[in-house]
Every structure is written in C-alpha cells, then in structure tokens.
Design a binder for this molecule. Structure first.
Ligand code: ALA
Length: 478
C-alpha cells in the first residue's frame, strides 16, 4: 500500500457511525470545563516560574500573550477539522484524511510527545508540589526517592541534594493508569469539580497577591539579553513563549470528545475557543501577579507558587493552594493518559500499531494492555527525566501537531472544497498560515537541542513505520 494512501471522508463517517456505543451527552459548557480541566496544570504552576527565571523575566506576561495568539490560530483550525472530520483520533485522523498514511503515522507518533510525555511532565510537577506539601507538615522522605538524578531537591536545612528515582511521579502515573484500566471515566461532573478548584486557586492567588505586588520587581520589564540567544531580551521573550506554550496544551483534547458531544458542529468550536479564552485571561493575570510578587530570579524552582505566596502574610494559604494544585494536576495527567490510549487504540485499529494496543479488557471494556504499556513508559520518564527536558519535548511535539492541523485546513480547502464545513476558519489562508508561522517560530526558539530530540524521536518512529507499520496497515483506503 502507498505511504500516501488516505482515509476517505466517507469511510470516516461510516467509522463514526460504528462507534454508536458512545453516548452523546456533552454540551458546550461541559466542553469548556473539559478544556480547562486539561489546560491548567504544570505549565502555569511550575513552568511559568522557570521560564521567567531563565528566559523572559517579568516579560513572561508578553510570552503568554504571544503563545495565546499562536494557539488561537491553531484553535480555529482545530474547530474546522474537528467538525468536518468528527472522529476521536483528532490530529492523527485529520492528517490521514488530508496528507496520507505516512504523515498520519508521524503525527500519531508525535502525539506521544504531547500526551504521554506531557503526562510525565505533569507527574514530575505533581511530585514537586506533593513533596513541598509534605515538608509543610514536617514530613521528610529520603531525598533520593523524590527526584530524578537531574533534579535538585531542597532539604529541610535549605541545602540541595540530587535524587535517584522520582517515586511520587511514578506512583501517580501508576495509580491513574490503574484507574483508567478499571474503566472509571472522568465524568464531566468530577472534572467540573476539579476545574472549579483550579480556577479558584488562580483567582485567590491573583486576588490576594495583587495587594502585595512590589513595582520594583517589574523593572526592567524585559531584562537585557545576556549575550546568549534565548536568555532574556526579545529572543528570551519568544523562547519563553515556546516554553509556556506548554501551559495552553489541552484545548485540543476537546476535539477528541467529538463523538460524545451533542450538536458537535456548534459545541466543539465553543469548547475549544471558550476554554482557550478563559485560560488566556487567567494566565496573563496570574503571570502579572507572580512576577510582581517576587523577583523573577527567585522563581527557578519546581513549586514557584509557594515562593510567591511566601511574600504575603498568608502563609497558611500555602498548603491549601498546594492541595488545589495537586488535585488540578491529577486531572491533567488523567486526560493526557486517556487521550494517548485513545490515539494508540485508533492507530492500532488501523493496523499501524500492534494489536496489543487495541485489546479490550473483557470486563472493564478499556484498552488495558495499552494502559499498562503506557504506565511503564510514562512512569519511567516521570521517574528519571528532568522537568525541563520532558516539558520542552511535549511543547515541540505539540507545536508540530498544530502546524499539521493548520496545514490540513489549507490542503482540504483546496482538495475537498465542497465538503460541508459546519465551522469555517475565518480568513483562510491568512489564519492557517499565521498559525503555521507562529508555531514554527516558537519551535525554532525552543532551541536546537529540542529539535534534535524531536528529529531523533521521529527517526525512531520512521524505523517502526518502515519495518512494521506500513506492512500491517489495513487496506480499504483511497
Ligand atoms: N497545559 C497542561 C499543563 O500545563 C498540559 O499541565
């Protein structure tokens, strides 16, 4: 079969019909909540501090605005494709329809960076906040079990040590994987409760912090470049946009709920763009307060919110806020692992991955072997990888997915102009082209190390595809 073989839109419709066991129960409000549930997490509560300290200084606020602009372009393109190709495989399926099998494989493989490595990233931040909470209660587990060999752990006496194995990160990935196997669905209600907690944490932080801002912390707003590309100055601001882009990842997860949505033509765009809009406003306020409370140089820590709150007289708030953040991270990990297993399930269905990834448990009705494999893989990354490396890998992989989605809109407008589009991206080709441009710029500014990691990752994927996937791909394509 040709590596350019495409799935036809007609076969997608038939496939979507075949999934009639999924109940269409979600409305636009649920989708906005689902989006926020997947979006607000480690990007905001951990990575913002590191990006301010290492790249942008107080101008991290501008980085959030730049990343939001790129995401809005991509969000508009996602809305068009998700309503035009209403199947849960999201970007992977869009690429299969618009660009053929090999590109679909590459993008499916790259989505591992978004979902699986994204879950590992959030598990590391989860661990940092749990450790910080334990310290608050005077509990000091052995530091060697609290972080990867690359991550410093603060000791009770204020000094730093390095870990061997990030046990809490491994444990949370294991626990959530087991819950997913057991078939407990993250119901819209449970998600809504966590979202209310998360949004409350941000609003409390902003509402209280705003009174303790020290204006001198905003000067200089854009610290001068150190001479190294990406370390402060404008190059730093844009590099930080690529880094905090991580904080916006998740609005695209709304597109995977398309088959469980009532009137998806209306609800999906509202879910994607609505959750993105709410989070953009919250992020800008949060960043303004954080770098106003404490000098950006002090934010290079895994739990920067705690550092910022220490500047207010409300130290008691610290533990409460940490608890809210920990709950919030849990839902992000859950949605990411769920999304990953769903994408692997569909790829395995198409024959591009071994059948083990779509084996369904007879009693739990979940792809349990897939969840177990992911548990070990994601758990290992959580246990041994440093936060910044996995965070950047997630961002560069997701940015590539966004570029493909924007490209997919352009290609399908040209190749399939007459297919019904319940949501049309405005100003085509301007919006998709700008989406591609802003995402590519953020990718470039993430630096060559991350490009090398991305290329190495895709190279591994290509070997699997050439020697395995393409020989097993199911026929029945255009
Ligand atoms: N946007 C999600 C987070 O920041 C992935 O945790």
């Amino acid at each position: 079969m040709s590596i350019w073989a495409k799935k036809s839109l007609e076969s997608i419709e038939a496939e979507a019909e075949g999934h009639h066991q999924l109940r269409r129960s979600l409305g636009p409000y649920d989708l906005i909540m689902l989006g926020i549930g997947a979006i607000i997490g480690a990007g905001l509560f951990s990575i913002t501090g590191i990006a301010a300290a290492e790249n942008a200084g107080p101008a991290i606020v501008l980085s959030f605005i730049i990343a939001a602009i790129g995401c809005s372009f991509a969000g508009l393109c996602y809305s068009e494709l998700a309503t035009m190709i209403p199947l849960a495989g999201s970007t992977y399926t869009y690429a299969y329809v618009s660009m053929g099998q090999m590109i679909a494989w590459i993008i499916g493989w790259t989505l591992v960076l978004e979902y699986a490595i994204g879950a590992a990233t959030v598990s590391i931040s989860w661990s940092a906040y749990v450790v910080s909470l334990l310290y608050d209660f005077g509990i000091y587990p052995p530091p060697s079990l609290l972080a990867s060999p690359w991550q410093p752990v603060p000791l009770s006496d204020g000094t730093m040590a390095y870990g061997y194995f990030n046990l809490p990160a491994f444990l949370i990935v294991t626990l959530i994987s087991l819950i997913l196997i057991r078939g407990i669905k993250e119901s819209a209600m449970l998600n809504s409760v966590i979202v209310v907690i998360k949004v409350a944490v941000v609003l409390i932080f902003v509402g209280i912090g705003v009174f303790y801002i020290r204006p001198e912390n905003y000067h200089p707003f854009i610290p001068p470049n150190t001479g190294t590309f990406g370390e402060f100055g404008w190059s730093g601001v844009i590099r930080a946009a690529g880094v905090v882009f991580f904080a916006y990842i998740g609005f695209d997860a709304v597109s995977t709920a398309v088959q469980e949505t009532r009137r998806p033509q209306k609800s999906i765009p509202i879910g994607i763009l609505g959750s993105l809009a709410v989070c953009t406003v919250l992020y800008i306020l949060f960043a303004l307060v954080m770098v106003g409370l404490v000098s950006y140089q002090k934010l290079d820590v895994a739990a920067p919110v705690a550092t910022a709150i220490a500047q207010t007289p409300f130290m008691w708030l610290n533990s409460l806020i940490k608890l809210g953040i920990i709950a919030g991270f849990t839902s992000v990990i859950l949605v990411m692992l769920l999304g990953q297993s769903r994408i692997f399930y569909i790829m395995s269905h198409d024959g591009l991955l071994p059948k083990v990834f779509s084996d369904i448990h007879p009693r739990f009705h979940t792809p349990w072997k897939c969840n177990l494999i992911l548990m070990l893989f994601v758990g290992a990354f959580g246990a041994f990888a440093p936060l910044s490396v996995v965070g950047h890998m997630t961002s560069i992989g997701t940015l590539l997915a966004f570029v493909i989605v924007c490209g997919g809109v352009l290609i399908l407008r040209y190749t399939r102009p007459s297919v019904a589009r319940p949501f049309r991206t405005p100003w085509v080709p301007f919006v998709p082209l700008m989406g591609i441009l802003t995402c590519l710029i953020m990718m470039v500014f993430l630096g060559w190390e991350n490009w090398l990691r991305l290329i190495a990752w895709i190279a591994i994927g290509m070997v699997i595809y050439i020697f395995w996937g393409r020989h097993h791909a199911k026929p029945g394509l255009e």
